[in-house]
Write a protein that binds this ligand. Structure first.
Ligand SMILES: *Cc1c(COP(=O)(O)O)cnc(C)c1O
Length: 375
């Protein structure tokens, strides 16, 4: 493969990294301390930086996003049914089920692919104890309405904010909503610690539990209701987080420039919808999802995907299939009536976006899509 071909290939995402020198500077002290895990100095430092950056008081760092969600849910002492979205990464549902809870799938909106708040109340039964919405693709759910519904019915709200780092509503981090939120800090996310996760929570009396359970909770008497396990963040992860946090605002700005270019291009392409921007919301663009309305555009999603791949642009059908349609969950929880989710699943396309993406590559991607439109 020639150099030219290499640069012409566009993948959906690309992990950001600090310079090698910056990272090695950060980890140097580990060769002096030999303190590599168990709430080491870099984890402590990174934790404080995260709290400051997000403007939150209660935050714990864990080894990954999935176990952050499992732990966050475990701390809420839930039973019975949990209302959630079928349009997500499988981790959301798995965390619910692995806590011994039954997921009740609520349909989604066609424009932002998040849980449809107008359909939540009809799913509430006397067994319901929580709502677990996902800010999918980093687009915020209707957090205010969800809060109202939860208060009215005395339900907990735990947000899977795995994809929503850097997203703010009226200048405040999105993780300030609900009883708890989790981030994934995986390498494929906008901001990462190679692997990693965080729980952000309101009730500070949960601190012992959220700190203790992911490190076996061996020292805690009051915590006998919960079985501990190992989900600690280590020092090398924290070092990557410290370095990446220095650059995250630049990273977000560069993504926003790529997003703006897409938006400009899509203005004159029929039948392709981006997620509409919302008043007061600043997004972080971990993905660039669009819906293909084939009856208006001419070509359908799969035809466009094929053309993009011919042009070395690797777009994806995230998140298909719906979690409720995966063989395991379908067998366990049955067929679900989710018309909007099914529409989105059939017509969604996630286009390449990463901070170092050249604007001419955005144009090239959009040109391929434009050429598939009916003349
Ligand atoms: C990435 C992701 C997770 C899991 O996070 P990991 O850090 O990979 O364990 C959970 N939920 C959603 C929506 C995600 O995108």
């Amino acid at each position: 493969m020639t150099d030219k071909n290499m640069t012409d290939i566009l993948v959906s995402t690309r992990s950001s990294m600090p310079s090698l020198e910056e990272y090695t500077n950060e980890i140097k002290i580990l060769w002096e301390s030999h303190w590599l895990s168990n709430n080491g100095l870099l984890v402590q430092k990174f934790k404080q930086q995260m709290k400051d950056y997000l403007g939150v008081e209660n935050l714990e760092l864990l080894v990954n996003g999935h176990l952050s969600l499992e732990t966050a849910l475990a701390g809420m002492n839930l039973t019975g049914e949990v209302i959630t979205t079928p349009f997500t990464f499988v981790s959301t549902t798995n965390a619910i089920v692995r806590n011994g809870l039954t997921p009740v799938f609520c349909d989604i909106n066609r424009d932002d692919f998040n849980i449809d708040v107008d359909k939540i109340e009809a799913l509430i039964t006397d067994k319901t104890t929580a709502i677990v919405p996902v800010h999918i693709y980093g687009n915020p759910c209707d957090v205010k309405r969800i809060d109202e519904i939860a208060k009215k019915h005395n339900l907990k709200v735990v947000y899977d904010a795995a994809q929503a780092f850097g997203v703010t509503i009226d200048g405040e981090s999105i993780v300030k909503y609900g009883d708890a939120s989790i981030f994934s800090l995986h390498a494929a996310k906008v901001f990462h610690t190679i692997e990693g996760g965080a729980i952000i929570y309101k009730d500070k009396s949960l601190k012992d539990l959220y700190e203790g359970v992911p490190s076996y909770a061996t020292i805690m008497d009051e915590d006998r209701d919960h079985i501990g396990f190992n989900a600690k963040m280590n020092e090398f992860q924290a070092a990557m987080g410290i370095c990446n946090l220095r650059h995250v605002d630049d990273e977000l700005d560069m993504r926003r420039a790529v997003y703006d270019r897409y938006k400009e291009n899509f203005k004159d392409i029929e039948g392709i919808d981006m997620v509409p921007d919302k008043e007061g919301v600043v997004k972080s663009h971990p993905y660039l999802p669009v819906i293909v309305h084939s009856e208006k555009h001419g070509a359908n999603r799969d035809e466009i995907l094929e053309k993009l791949i011919e042009g070395n642009v690797y777009a994806g059908k995230y998140f298909a299939p719906l979690i409720s349609e995966t063989p395991y969950y379908k067998k366990r929880f049955g067929e679900q009536d989710l018309p909007n989710a099914k529409y989105v699943e059939a017509n969604i396309l996630a286009l390449p976006i990463f901070s170092s993406m050249r604007l001419e590559d955005v144009d090239r991607t959009c040109k391929i899509i434009k050429e598939t439109a009916k003349k």
